[in-house]
Design a protein around this ligand. Sequence first.
Ligand code: GN1
Ligand code: MG
Length: 368
Amino acid sequence: MVNALIKDIIPQFQFKGEYVSAKELSSGNVNTTYKLAYQQEDGNTIYYVMQRINNVAFQNPAGLMRNVQLVVKHIAKAMEKEKQDCHRRVLQFVPTKNGDSLCMDADGAYWRAYIFVDGATAYDSIENPLHFYEAGRGFGAFQRYLYDFDAKQLMDTIPDFHHTTKRFYAFVAAVAADKAGRVKELEKEIDFFFNRRKMMNEIIALTESGALPIRVTHNDTKLNNVLIDNKTEKALCVIDLDTVMPGSVLYDYGDAVRFGACTTVEDEPDIEKIDLDMHLFRLFTDGFVSEIASTLTENEIRYLPLGIKVITCELAMRFLTDYINGDVYFKTHYPGHNLVRARAQMRLLEVVEERYPEMQAYVNTFLK
Ligand code: GN1
Ligand code: MG
């Protein structure tokens, strides 16, 4: 039986074959995603991904889809230029029966669909360390393909997404408003971010002064946003392009290490278990830099670890802000989930701070 939530949406898209089943994929924290199976006449099954775009996070879904399509087209061309086969390596969208890229549901939210890349895996955690080297290559190559993309073509799908200083102001405003009455229990956590206020501004200050260039970046480089081919075990395709916007290379590098080199899940309740695996850190760095070394400036290399620090702090603060606001942005799976996430990322940040000199020493080995 088709899930009631999607039964009116499915018929709007040009899916081929006969509908078999739909399964919700639970790993996203913002959009809602289903994997659909369609039986073909030749007996094969084609899988599709159908996604509801979260309209709290993304206010302009049409602009978002335009961005994503421009980026995908550019990457496919860049792959061709490098004589690489782009089959299964870029997202392929499925139009609606009206030929549009989106359709609207009864609540006014927008949906889109694309072909599921078969024979590849989006890992939620590292099972084979070499996959993390490959993730580094995948995200590094992604930035290389977009190196000559004219950023002016892109609209900001979420304005100031990684403007960590403005995120801090939003956090302060949330504390002041105390909408959900939760601030009284959070003195320690609130102090934690006030104590790091200057550090949080460092990437912004470096880009504003021109010391770090602005590129086109992915901005959400979790391990599960790069597909690894099951056969070759190589990075295949970068997905979740909704936040592709102008930004710093440090964001993509930092967010990927934050998520993938952590020894636990992102929302680990037992913070004693949280550590940063330095071997994984080095593997990712090797893979990432190997793909974009030719376009990175010396400053970008030197400041890579700053990306890990700032992005971990930013996300910890975003989770806490959402907890204070009454859990309105991130999907939560139990009461207090956002607070557990915030505390886990705060602990991870402390570990990153301890390991910082070691990380700096490692990235400095890439300077000529
Ligand atoms: C959200 O939904 P997902 O997992 O792709 C969030 C990211 C966070 C991430 C933390 C648009 O990404 O910024 O880093 O959760 N995406 C948006 O898990 O806010
Ligand atoms: Mg995402």
